[in-house]
Design a protein around this ligand. Structure first.
Ligand code: COI
Length: 356
């Protein structure tokens, strides 16, 4: 880890904001006026710079394009009022990114530079935070290798970026999930716990196959026995079985979601029965058959709390005849978004207001 680097700010002369409909931005397609960039070379992170958002000039030999020595984060900024924008547990994102970097041999940027760069970027582009309920400014930190060589080895040069993008809902409807007996997301000893870019690329083919069969995403099972439920790839997974909130325990193969952690802390705070444990897909299907699978939902920064419409496994489906969240999913959604948008009490100190 390095010590804090200086921050230079170069502002745009003309904002692109007038060209964007913040009420209907889609997801991850438009980007705010500025971005943060920090270069690593000669063994240390250089001066951080906020500059106009734009293309970067790279050689096709850039090692990160070939070997995915690259990690990222997902966070959101929430509109409170003309003077205040909320972040949500940003230090958790920093800590997770540091763990991801360590696993992928990427030098860790110091926390002060991350936090200062993030808050200054949000201040500068605060007008890009949508006001419409449900819409937010998605924040994407990225750290990647930056050597212009195709040698499959740890790079010497890196770049760190933060870009921001006004977004609407990631899923516009309840999702249909299917397990896979053929493909796996992560195995023990691998990089499943890290927000490593390659984890996502590797999931696209199985997701495409699932989509050809009418599902939206794969509900990943463990790589060894294809028996234990893990996560969805775009989000962590929660079940309400006979009144008990259950989510797979972190095992090194599951992304430790910050929304996931917040849900567990809320359940504890409310004295709601919850379990973080190994859970077989057979138990889920049996609960469905017996009518005690009360709710299923995914949780993540992009997905927030997304209701699941169907869980399919081994030729059998459990379906819900509503596209809405169940009562527990809805209570969690209302509380999390209420804290994020400063509408309700925040007993955990999760909200991180930025005065613009
Ligand atoms: C997030 O929830 O922030 C993610 O990075 C998931 C990604 C599929 C958008």
């Amino acid at each position: 880890m390095t010590t804090k680097t200086a921050l230079k700010i170069t502002k745009i002369s003309n904002s692109r904001l007038t060209e964007v409909n913040l009420d209907d931005p889609g997801f991850g397609r438009v980007f705010s006026d500025h971005m943060l960039e920090v270069e690593y070379s000669d063994g240390y992170w250089k001066e951080a710079e906020i500059k106009p958002f734009g293309s970067i000039d790279v050689t096709p030999a850039l090692n990160t394009l070939h070997y995915a020595q690259s990690v990222f984060e997902g966070m959101k900024a929430y509109y409170i009022d003309e003077e205040t924008i909320n972040l949500f547990r940003p230090e958790q994102n920093y800590e997770r990114m540091a763990r991801s970097c360590e696993r992928m041999c990427i030098p860790v940027l110091d926390k002060e530079t991350f936090m200062e760069g993030l808050t200054e970027l949000i201040k500068l582009d605060h007008k890009w935070v949508p006001k419409k309920d449900g819409n937010t400014l998605y924040i994407r930190p990225l750290a990647c290798a930056f050597d212009p060589v195709i040698s499959a080895s740890i790079a010497e040069n890196y770049r760190f970026f933060i870009m921001t993008s006004p977004v609407g809902a990631y899923y516009n409807k309840a999702v249909r999930l299917t397990s896979s007996q053929k493909y796996v997301r992560a195995a023990k000893g691998g990089v499943g716990f890290a927000k490593a870019s390659g984890n996502y690329a590797a999931s696209f083919y199985p997701a495409k196959k699932a989509q050809e069969n009418g599902f939206d995403q794969v509900l990943w099972l463990d790589a060894k026995e294809h028996k234990y439920v893990e996560e969805v790839g775009t989000m962590n997974i929660f079940f309400v079985i006979d009144g008990v909130l259950v989510t797979p325990e972190l095992s090194g193969t599951i992304l430790p979601g910050i929304t996931r952690d917040s849900i567990l802390q809320l359940a504890d705070y409310w004295d709601m029965p919850f379990e973080e444990r190994r859970l077989t897909i057979d138990e889920v299907m049996k609960a469905g058959r017996e009518g005690v699978l009360d709710e299923v939902f995914g949780a993540g920064t992009a997905a927030v709390i997304s209701p699941v419409k169907e869980v399919h496994h081994d030729g059998e489906s459990v379906t819900f005849d509503t596209d809405s969240r169940g009562p527990i999913g809805q209570k969690l959604y209302d509380t999390l978004t209420g804290i994020q948008q400063g509408r309700i009490d925040d007993p955990f100190g999760w909200a991180h207001p930025v005065k613009v």
